[in-house]
Design a protein around this ligand. Structure first.
Ligand code: ZN
Length: 160
């Protein structure tokens, strides 16, 4: 059996940015489980997974367009401080949730001024080429219910 659409894949990974700094790793805890072919992981990593088998270990570098996208300068915005209930307590680097017409989004505070707050709603990993160091730990067929839902149920997945 190898990885293809409708397989449930369990894997460990470490993630490095383009400076070679490790920014995430599953290896201190439980491995990650996902349903292949349903865009539950970044597209470049999902492509690199296809055809692998249990025990395979590999490294892949994924360009921004196949990961979290390019940085969009329009996602950096100046918002009047009065829109924040606690503007005086905000600090650069802090994450906040912004309410938009399209629903809530995560953003990071860039600068807090007297009248305005500058926020950056780009994904923190946008614009970065990411290197994944992966080891496949387990592989099984998805159940019909998982295929209908488009995600994994049970350990490592959604419980509902
Ligand atoms: Zn479900």
């Amino acid at each position: 059996m190898t990885i293809e659409d409708r397989k449930v894949v369990t894997f460990h990974y470490s993630l490095r940015n383009s400076d070679g700094e490790e920014i995430e790793s599953s290896r201190k805890g439980d491995p990650v489980t996902y349903l292949h072919g349903y865009r539950n992981i970044v597209p470049g990593l999902e492509k690199a997974m296809a055809g692998r088998d249990i025990g395979d270990a590999f490294e892949v570098t994924v360009e921004p367009v196949e990961a979290y996208g390019e940085r969009n300068p329009n996602n950096v915005q100046r918002i009047p401080a009065k829109h924040f209930p606690n503007a005086r307590k905000l600090k650069a680097g802090q994450f906040v949730e912004l309410q938009t017409k399209a629903g809530p989004i995560q953003a990071v505070i860039v600068k807090v001024g007297r009248f305005n707050v500058d926020v950056d709603a780009n994904h923190p990993l946008a614009g970065q080429a990411l290197t994944f160091d992966v080891e496949i730990k387990d592989l099984r067929d998805a159940t019909q219910e998982e295929i209908d839902h488009g995600h994994v149920h049970g350990p490592g997945g959604v419980n509902h």
